[in-house]
Ligand binder design. Structure first.
Ligand code: MIG
Length: 816
């Protein structure tokens, strides 16, 4: 394609959807009550269903054809739920009410208009009467618009590279391989058509359940409305009113109840991970691993990128450079390392390659519109691609993991799963572009799990269904261990199968800063296990940038250094002794806080609350917090304020209103609602603990397999009442489903702490309590009434350390 034609295509893709051929749904001509709501027939011939998924979650469906497709969704766990609703007809309107009193008011003419009210009677969201729901009968496009108040903010939408709130932005959902993406570039690798709105301290959420290429205009074209739509399918969306709380947390809870929650990862997957494209030989892999141990820099995982394969054939080993994978993996395991290998969806077209042949024999590859096998070029050359929307293809692909498991591979990394393919040889366009050359043709055929359709319909779920094949295959082949699957592409619900990394970022300060809005927005989109390549993938960071990045990322959920094939070496020691020392400290901090991070993941499985949180998420009523994009919360109790600018050794920190914050390092107290300009030399990560919280920390170990024997210290941040808990289990497997775990409870009041420590069946023992933020040494410390002599107060850190005689401790009381 010529450059000019290419630019034209890009413009066409970016163009706003409003089109002359759009036709509005019209007036309601017939309304029929169903148990969960109403079936409406519209004057345009369209059908609309409005009902409740749960008593606080409203669902709207519109089919331009008048007929609904079977109610199945890749995003939703099981069958979409329905809750009871009672309808009342009032003149020109119908009102639907759920069991909690959440209401939908439906105006019938001249055009259908829907308004949703929360339990308390407050308006949540209303159709913009000036832009009714519409469709294009020619090409199948659909759209709708909502009234927007000027001060409403929007978060979520997956991993967009936009500013932290996406108000007055427009976005496209079309999974794209966007190597070297600049800030602001859209679309990206992931498509999660879900957002959380924040308005005057109250939240609601909206999930557009549509896998086609979709778009959102959040007040960009007109600040008084937002619109969304897609190239095809039904206009099917859920409004999460947030129930009684109307908080971001209640919205995410309800959204993840629908689309699923992240399965608890194995503990080792929360350790530090080292990667590179590629460690080229098995000796090199072993050398890198050995170097970590020699230098006493903790690490748990090492990655094998595409060069470990034989001519990039998936599930093979290069016989020259990796002649003895089992031996290598045994040695790694002996050294406390886990290994992750990359898996690409493209299967090399090669009749001598058994995996390709078996896939062809079983008819599991994606087909062209003319039914021939679809071929496209990727790393191995011409490839065929499993149709992951075909159950048999998922099962087939899942079974292929037997071979790597047999030699001892621990986890898997799905790449190129947008799907991304190379451009044809005559391609001259910009490499990050999202043209049709870079994926399958729109008319390629997919099985769609019984609802056959085109690539245009299923493109956005390809990566997610590949992750599902990986995850389900691993669950079946190795049921006693939790899978680690990492994916680049995904759709709403991807959290059920995989961790997500943000692809091919760049070694720039802008990209370091971008990690916070990207990862926090991905987190609140229901995806807990997220991270960015530390240092930036696309080249070589300066020593300062790498060091700051490692520091900033130390408390992000997924923590991996990775770089491309032409980058300078990027191990934590690669920048000289001075930087190595700081990098070691960043990774050690990670390991100290692992018991806390692990508890956050266990909590996520039950609440959907992400481990990494933006400030606005926890402090929705604090308007000062709503646009903070250079600080993040790790869970509810720790706040990180990294330096993300070159040459800076101090920065302004905001302390959100409603809590007081204690400096992790020196114990200084900062009141909520205040700012402080803080010193942050290169070796200092600004870290704060919420007053009233207790954070478990571990003694530093070199890898998580050694954690069991490392004692815990419970760090109690003084100055407020509070309660905290610590989750412990074996760190892998599913014993915790059957009670093989324990939860330590800590309650803090003005005198000290009360502990509930259940019997220990092999978990990290509680060895000490540290009170953080004490102004002075207390006159006396009592454990269960008995005065302790050897409590140690450090005046420079304002920490009081009390070593416990054993775990049979109920209460510590401090006398000032
Ligand atoms: O076309 O496998 O994002 O992490 O190192 C590049 C080689 C393919 C892209 C991934 C990157 C990985 C690289 N891959």
């Amino acid at each position: 394609m010529k450059k000019a034609a290419w630019a034209g295509l890009l413009l066409a893709l970016a163009a706003l959807p409003a089109s002359a051929a759009l036709r509005t749904v019209g007036a309601v001509v017939q309304a029929r009550s169903t148990g969960d709501g109403l079936d409406l027939r519209l004057s345009s011939g369209a059908s609309v269903h409005i009902g409740f998924a749960t008593p606080d979650v409203v669902r709207v469906r519109m089919s331009p054809t008048g007929k609904f497709t079977p109610d199945a969704s890749y995003a939703i766990v099981g069958t979409p739920p329905r809750a009871r609703a009672v309808s009342t007809h009032k003149g020109g309107a119908v009102e639907l009410r759920s069991d909690t009193g959440t209401r939908v008011v439906i105006r019938k003419s001249p055009e259908l208009a829907i308004s949703v009210y929360d339990r308390g009677g407050q308006l949540v969201v209303a159709d913009d009467a000036a832009r009714p729901m519409a469709f294009n009968p020619q090409d199948g496009a659909i759209e709708t618009s909502m009234h927007r108040d000027d001060f409403e903010l929007y978060y979520g939408f997956g991993e967009k590279t936009l500013p932290i709130s996406r108000h007055q932005q427009s976005m496209v959902m079309w999974n794209s391989d966007v190597a070297d993406y600049p800030a602001g570039h859209d679309p990206s690798y992931q498509s999660i058509p879900f957002f959380i709105a924040l308005h005057e301290g109250k939240s609601y959420g909206l999930f557009f359940n549509n896998t086609w290429r979709s778009w959102f205009d959040m007040g960009k074209t007109d600040t008084s409305r937002y619109s969304f739509g897609a190239n095809g399918g039904e206009l099917d969306y859920y409004v999460f009113t947030g129930g009684a709380e109307r908080t971001p947390a209640s919205v995410v809870r309800d959204y993840t109840a629908l689309t699923g929650r992240g399965a608890l990862p194995p503990l080792w997957a929360l350790g530090y991970q080292q990667s590179r494209w590629s460690y080229m030989t098995q000796e090199k892999v072993l050398d890198v691993a050995a170097e970590f141990r020699k230098r006493q820099i903790p690490a748990d995982v090492i990655y094998l990128d595409i060069d470990h394969m034989d001519g990039f054939r998936v599930f093979t080993w290069n016989p020259k450079t990796f002649p003895e994978p089992k031996k290598m993996l045994d040695q790694l395991h002996g050294d406390g390392f886990h290994a992750v290998t990359i898996v690409d969806p493209g299967v090399k077209l090669d009749d001598k390659y058994a995996i390709y042949r078996s896939g062809r024999e079983q008819g599991i590859y994606v087909r062209n519109a003319d039914d021939s096998e679809l071929h496209a070029k990727v790393w191995p050359g011409i490839c065929a691609f499993p149709d992951f929307t075909l159950p048999a293809a998922r099962a087939w692909f899942g079974s292929l993991y037997q071979a790597p498991l047999d030699v001892g591979v621990d986890g898997f990394w799905n790449d190129m799963d947008e799907p991304g393919v190379f451009s044809p040889d005559d391609f001259t366009g910009p490499e990050i572009s999202v043209g049709p050359q870079r994926t399958f043709p729109r008319d390629a055929k997919h099985a769609g799990d019984g609802m056959p359709g085109t690539h245009a319909q299923y493109h956005n779920v390809y990566g997610m269904q590949m992750a599902r094949a990986s995850f389900e295959g691993l669950r079946q082949l190795r049921p006693e261990q939790r899978p680690l699957v990492l994916t680049r592409a995904g759709f709403a619900g991807i959290q059920r199968y995989a961790a997500v990394w943000t692809g091919d970022n760049s070694p720039t300060w802008t990209h370091l800063a971008l990690t916070i809005p990207m990862l926090t927005n991905l987190s609140v989109s229901g995806v807990p296990f997220v991270g960015a390549d530390v240092g930036g993938f696309m080249g070589s960071p300066s020593a300062e940038l790498y060091t700051r990045w490692l520091q900033a990322a130390a408390l992000t959920p997924y923590f991996r250094t990775h770089s491309n094939d032409v980058s300078a070496p990027r191990e934590p020691w690669a920048f000289g002794a001075g930087f190595e020392k700081i990098n070691r400290a960043s990774i050690e901090l990670r390991y100290q806080l692992l018991p806390y991070l692990y508890t956050l993941f266990a909590d996520n499985e039950r609440s959907g609350l992400p481990p990494m949180r933006p400030l606005w998420f926890a402090y929705p009523a604090d308007t000062q917090a709503s646009l903070v994009d250079d600080q993040y919360l790790a869970g509810g109790d720790l706040m990180v304020a990294p330096v993300v600018h070159e040459g800076k050794t101090s920065r302004l920190v905001y302390f959100p209103k409603g809590d007081a914050w204690i400096d992790w390092w020196d114990g200084t107290r900062h009141e909520g609602g205040s700012y402080a300009n803080m010193e942050a030399p290169l070796d200092r990560l600004l870290l704060f603990v919420r007053a009233g919280a207790t954070v478990p920390t571990s003694a530093v170990v070199q890898h998580t397999s050694d954690m069991k024997n490392a004692p815990l210290t419970l760090a109690v941040a003084v100055g407020a009442k509070g309660g905290s808990h610590v989750f412990q289990d074996a760190g892998d497997g599913y014993g915790y489903h059957d009670g093989a775990s324990r939860i330590i409870d800590v309650v803090q009041d003005e005198h000290g702490v009360r502990l509930e420590i259940p019997p220990n069946s092999g978990y990290q023992r509680v060895g000490a309590i540290e009170f953080v933020g004490l102004k002075a040494a207390p006159a006396a410390v009592r454990i269960d009434g008995k005065e302790v002599r050897d409590a140690h107060f450090d005046a420079s850190t304002h920490r009081l350390r009390v070593v416990l005689p054993d775990e049979n401790v109920k209460q510590l009381v401090l006398t000032p």
